[in-house]
Design a protein around this ligand. Structure first.
Ligand code: DHB
Ligand code: FE
Length: 287
């Protein structure tokens, strides 16, 4: 059966892609952020996942405001990127694993999550930047991906509780997949940030810390926040944390925070990187 090795949460700010393209990882502005990935590289080298299931939000590349699914899942052999207008080089493509995607879709619909199924899907910086951070360099990424897009853009948004439950359903689906695969769960975006309007540049370190603390030990506690509460506390784009809630939901076992890096700011964003371990629960003995 497929096994979930753990979860990774990371910011996906597009300018990180420019810093990578220009080789600025050791520059004083960028170093505190990129150094947070040293641990991640060692962990991934040890754990060697075969697949990454990536919860993210599309920012207008594949979906636009005219048609915006609440939850969409890729079932393609390959996911391409295109010019998104951020001045970034177009990213290499990610390989898909359609058989696993369809298995997850079957289980999600069985659990009454009526997801949009995408056999053709472009992925934007919210997928490609985290991939480039996890596996730097020109070589093809060493995992296949299942991208799952959550609407964090056009209100009404799904609640934190709903995204946690979506993640739980995905976690159960993965663990019922009959193949010897190691699966990493990724949640991208956040933490607090607001890109436009009167509060542009808004960041809330105290609230981010609370979210990260609760994420590992008691994610259900965060479901008390409505989307409006969350926007107030974390900024209009801080709701990208919904992707982190889904990631956490998919961790089916005992969860422990192995690594955290938090740095303010990268561009307009409070940048965070977290690694969560997922240890299988002891098997219950048959009665
Ligand atoms: C920024 C952050 C984002 O999450 C994003 O999608 C685009 C830009 C930023 O801080 O610049
Ligand atoms: Fe974003």
């Amino acid at each position: 059966m497929a096994r979930i090795i753990g979860g990774l949460g990371t910011t996906h700010v597009p300018s990180i892609g420019n810093a990578i393209a220009k080789g600025l990882q050791k520059d004083p502005y960028w170093r505190p952020f990129f150094s947070g990935f040293d641990y991640v590289h060692g962990w991934l080298a040890r754990e060697k996942p075969d697949v990454a299931v990536v919860f993210y939000n599309d920012h207008g590349l594949n979906f636009f405001l005219d048609k915006l699914p609440t939850f969409a899942i890729g079932a393609a052999k390959e996911y391409r990127n295109e010019d998104e207008g951020w001045g970034l080089p177009v990213s290499k493509s990610a390989a898909g694993i359609p058989e696993l995607s369809w298995h997850i879709i079957e289980k999600l619909v069985g659990d009454e999550f009526d997801v949009t199924m995408c056999q053709d899907m472009l992925v934007d910086h919210a997928v490609t930047i985290p991939m480039a951070l996890m596996w730097p360099g020109p070589a093809a990424w060493p995992v296949k991906i299942v991208p799952i897009a959550i609407n964090t853009v056009q209100h009404p948004l799904p609640s934190l509780a709903r995204c946690l439950r979506l993640g739980r359903s995905v976690g159960r689906a993965i663990e019922s997949y009959d193949a010897d695969l190691k699966v990493l769960i990724v949640g991208t975006g956040g933490l607090s940030h607001q890109l436009d309007g009167e509060r542009a540049g808004f960041i809330n370190r105290e609230f981010d810390t609370l979210c990260l603390d609760k994420l590992t030990v008691d994610p259900t506690a965060l479901t008390q926040y409505s989307i409006v509460d969350f926007v107030e506390q974390a900024g209009a784009q801080g709701v990208e944390f919904l992707n982190w809630m889904a990631m956490r939901g998919a961790l089916t076992g005992r969860t422990q925070e192995l690594h955290r890096n938090y740095h303010i700011p990268i561009s307009n964003t409070a940048a965070a990187t977290v690694v969560l371990e997922n240890r299988p629960l002891p098997q219950r003995k048959a009665a």
